[in-house]
Design a protein around this ligand. Structure first.
Ligand SMILES: C[S@@+](CC[C@H](N)C(=O)[O-])C[C@H]1O[C@@H](n2cnc3c(N)ncnc32)[C@H](O)[C@@H]1O
Length: 351
């Protein structure tokens, strides 16, 4: 007999064996299938609906409001309005530390990203996209560089929008989506790349258009300092800064003015993001002329003060593959910055 209802027993997921309950569960599953669009059931369940069963912790059919693939041993709650994850997939994403996953410098699909001085890994941003949005949701990266966010959106079936000021990175980004995303990925055709100044471009976007914003902005003008890594890029004839454009946030000379401009920009993003939805900003602290800047905290505080977003938490992304340089050795402590802070904000805009 094919069981249509499962429950939890001693931490295990087991079938409810009663014939009546299974008959009722079958009917309820058909009703759920009819309402699949309204309920926004993830496509992986729809594509294999015959294997899907109902789940309720105590096996109570009247209260059953989750579905599962019995072999996955974790259920998807039908009232999950945030993402498409099962409970088992959800929980690790609430842990405040996670490790970077990259393709490795030698991978053929890592050659375009290398041409940008500060890309993030599309797999890491993919994890954020999977947690803070659902399939077919609209996701914005207002500092899109070589479109790691759009690439992650393409693989995760989200409608991505990327705004990038430098025409060179914009062109590389288009090429990247073209050659690094296989045609069979449904999300490939859903990506929208814009070459322009994000401060101006966001004004053209309708109110409440996006479901999630994820980005990594310039970290002030730190790329101007040619450290060990910068020297390696210069020697290999690669860009070590983004541009000379005065609209480039990285070309604002004064740190206080930079923070004010960047936090005002993010505060303005509340208009185009639905209320209650999230914005993740990936930043790292840095040193400049012997001063350590707590950039992640400075930005979080400035943005919260402006009123449209609240900080819900910070997750540390450990960049475990980065090279270690002998900064300070053998005289003083100078950190090798091997982590990024994912600042997680929720949109609480009043208007
Ligand atoms: C940290 S990088 C983002 C890299 C991106 N996450 C990736 O993986 O490629 C910041 C980007 O912001 C861009 N930028 C700076 N000022 C901008 C502006 N006013 N409008 C749009 N993009 C801007 C820079 O050219 C740079 O590519």
């Amino acid at each position: 007999m094919k069981y249509c209802l499962y429950k939890k027993e001693k931490k295990e997921i087991v079938p409810v064996t009663g014939i009546e309950e299974n008959k009722l569960a079958k009917v309820k599953l058909s009703e759920i299938f009819e309402k699949r669009q309204e309920l926004r059931i993830p496509s992986r369940f729809i594509e294999d609906w015959k294997s899907v069963a109902l789940f309720q912790t105590n096996g109570d059919i009247t209260k059953a409001n989750s579905i599962l693939f019995p072999n996955e041993k974790s259920a998807f709650a039908l009232n999950n309005t945030l993402n498409d994850l099962t409970a088992k997939e959800w929980l690790p994403e609430t842990v405040t530390v996670f490790s970077q996953k990259g393709l490795g410098a030698g991978n053929k699909d890592a050659q375009i990203e290398k041409q940008h001085p500060a890309p993030f890994s599309f797999q890491d941003v993919g994890r954020l996209i999977q947690f803070y949005s659902k399939e077919n949701d609209k996701v914005l990266d207002p500092f899109s560089g070589v479109a790691s966010t759009a690439k992650a959106c393409a693989f995760n079936n989200r409608v991505g929008y990327g705004i990038e000021l430098n025409p060179k990175y914009y062109e590389l980004a288009k090429k990247r989506i073209e050659i690094e995303v296989p045609s069979e990925q449904k999300g490939k055709g859903l990506q929208n790349l814009i070459n322009g100044d994000s401060k101006e471009e966001i004004k053209k976007i309708k109110k409440d258009f996006f479901d999630f914003i994820v980005t990594s902005p310039p970290y002030w003008n730190i790329l101007e300092t040619i450290d060990h890594k910068g020297k390696e890029r210069v020697n290999n004839d690669l860009d070590h800064k983004y541009s000379e454009d005065s609209k480039d946030f990285a070309n604002i000379e004064d740190y206080t003015l930079f923070l004010e401009t960047l936090s005002s920009f993010f505060n303005d993003c509340a208009r185009i993001l639905k209320k209650g939805k999230y914005m993740c900003v990936i930043v790292s602290d840095f040193r400049k002329k012997d001063k350590y800047y707590t950039f992640h905290a400075d930005l979080a505080n400035e943005l919260e003060k402006k009123g449209n977003f609240v900080l819900k938490g910070v997750r540390i992304l450990y960049q475990r593959h980065k090279a270690i340089y002998p900064y300070g050795y053998p005289f003083s402590f100078v950190p090798n910055m091997h982590h990024q802070n994912v600042l997680i904000f929720q949109n609480i805009k009043k208007k």
